[in-house]
Design a binder for this molecule. Structure first.
Ligand SMILES: *[C@@H]1O[C@H](CO)[C@@H](O)[C@H](O)[C@H]1NC(C)=O
Ligand SMILES: *[C@@H]1O[C@H](CO)[C@@H](O)[C@H](O)[C@H]1NC(C)=O
Ligand SMILES: *[C@@H]1O[C@H](CO)[C@@H](O)[C@H](O)[C@H]1NC(C)=O
Length: 436
């Protein structure tokens, strides 16, 4: 059945490891801010922080037709759904613009050449000897290594509102609750779930005016994937969001299981301008429907503890819109947030105010501006010559054997239209541990 053994994470391991910030690599944020003249776009109305401003160069990768009237196919229509993968995206059939941008980033030395991780029997992804997951070369978020480019904490006194894995059949109740209580949230959406649940997507985006972020296309462990497969997982999710929001390009993503290392982090930031939002408390609410998983009572107790505790740092709590139970757990915790004087904000509002934050994307595009992309950025051009070039130039990052079966399982699993989503994701190993 599912490759679930490989998905079970060593909770104790990651929780036991101390948070690690490698201070030596913290950039001078002040200087960085002044390097970008567009920083004056700092003050935006609420709800506009989650996407890049229209002149951000990442739009070159998701450009509309040159003479677009701005009309996109209606959400949920056959014309809307036709272009998207219905399974794990095939990285040999990617829009050429994405592959070119990855190649440019690799050639410019922007993508660390570290090995793809491997994962067996439910452990954390691991690296070959000599690659410390907590060191600055790998800096794996699975091991709680924090890169200062990531967002892990909320400002003092604030709870970040954010939910993973939507849109699902359980999302509408959550969205109605959020709207009833005037809570704005960020939804870290799975691309294929948008494809299967366009009406719920519309409720989040149109009715609630909520923020949309990227949670990959089929929810793999990203560090186990080749550069091109990372590109496919992020790119297709951004594309379906772009074409479902009249052309907006999201700024934030959350790696499934929190699994991200320097290589994956760099592809997200340098190629797609995506900043990662992780979390500093975990309800484990994903497991409410599992045999041996957490319970409503345990989630409530944790919430009580965190919400009556210190206000610094503020809380980014990992929560899901994956089941009726996980939605209920949030609705139960909401009054506790209010009673304890927390201010709620959509987590996408916790980023820095540098609207042009983009790694070195600008520089890359500036030096290659003569090579204008074709007008139809979304065409599914197969480019095998370029792909092999990318694979070889990106060093020892060939996809291991782990990825394939795991990914195709994930496709079934995250198709919430299928029975899989409702049937509690129990796999061969008994417990499907899903952290993000
Ligand atoms: C778009 O296409 C229409 C019809 O072909 C044409 O009249 C118009 O000038 C075009 N607009 C732009 C901005 O190219
Ligand atoms: C996105 O929408 C644009 C504008 O309608 C269209 O040209 C393009 O084919 C769409 N791409 C995908 C992948 O749907
Ligand atoms: C939202 O508010 C309406 C009107 O007060 C109420 O009927 C409904 O039960 C509420 N739904 C949720 C999920 O809070």
């Amino acid at each position: 059945m599912l490759g679930t053994a490989a998905c079970v994470r060593a909770l104790a391991l990651s929780l036991a490891l101390p948070s690690l910030v490698y201070a030596g690599l913290i950039p001078d944020l002040h200087d960085h801010a002044h390097a970008h003249p567009s920083r004056t776009i700092a003050h935006r109305a609420p709800g506009q922080d989650w996407y890049h401003p229209p002149h951000h160069p990442v739009h070159r990768l998701f450009r509309r037709d040159d003479n677009s009237t701005g009309d996109y196919p209606a959400l949920g229509s056959p014309a809307w759904s036709a272009p998207y993968p219905t399974t794990t995206p095939d990285s040999s059939k990617l829009p050429q613009e994405w592959v070119d941008a990855l190649n440019q980033a690799v050639q410019a030395g922007k993508i660390p050449n570290i090995p793809v991780s491997t994962q067996t029997n439910g452990g954390n992804p691991t690296y070959p000897n000599g690659y410390d997951p907590n060191g600055p070369t790998v800096c794996s978020a699975t091991y709680k290594c924090r890169n200062p480019d990531d967002i892990w904490d909320a400002p003092e006194g604030m709870v970040g509102s954010g939910f993973d894995d939507g849109p699902t059949e359980f999302s509408p109740t959550l969205y109605t609750f959020l709207k009833n209580n005037s809570v704005k949230a960020t939804h870290f959406m799975i691309g294929i779930n948008i494809l299967w649940n366009p009406a719920a997507f519309e409720q989040a985006y149109v009715d609630n005016g909520d923020d949309i972020a990227v949670h990959t296309y089929t929810h793999p462990y990203m560090t186990t994937l080749s550069n091109l497969d990372v590109l496919a997982q992020l790119g297709w999710t951004m594309q379906i969001i772009h074409n479902s929001t009249a052309g907006k390009v999201p700024r934030y993503w959350r790696p499934p299981y929190g699994d991200m290392d320097e290589r994956v982090r760099a592809i997200a930031l340098e190629v797609f301008g995506l900043t990662a939002i992780i979390w500093n408390q975990d309800t484990e609410d994903w497991s409410l429907t599992e045999n041996g998983g957490t319970t409503m009572q345990a989630v409530a107790q944790n919430m009580q503890k965190w919400l009556t505790g210190a206000k610094t740092p503020g809380l980014i709590i990992l929560e899901h819109e994956l089941s009726a139970e996980s939605v209920q757990a949030y609705m139960d915790a909401y009054p506790v947030m209010m009673q304890n004087g927390w201010q709620l904000k959509s987590v996408a509002e916790f980023g820095d105010d540098d609207a042009m934050r983009d790694g070195d994307l600008l520089d890359l595009f500036d030096t290659t501006s003569s090579a204008a992309p074709s007008s139809t950025s979304a065409s599914s051009t197969s480019a095998s010559a370029t792909h092999s070039g990318t694979t070889s130039s990106s060093g020892p990052v060939a996809t291991g054997g782990v990825g394939t079966s795991q990914q195709s399982s994930a496709t079934l699993q995250w198709s919430s239209r299928s029975a899989w989503a409702a049937s509690a994701l129990v796999g061969a190993a008994g417990l499907f541990v899903h952290l993000a």
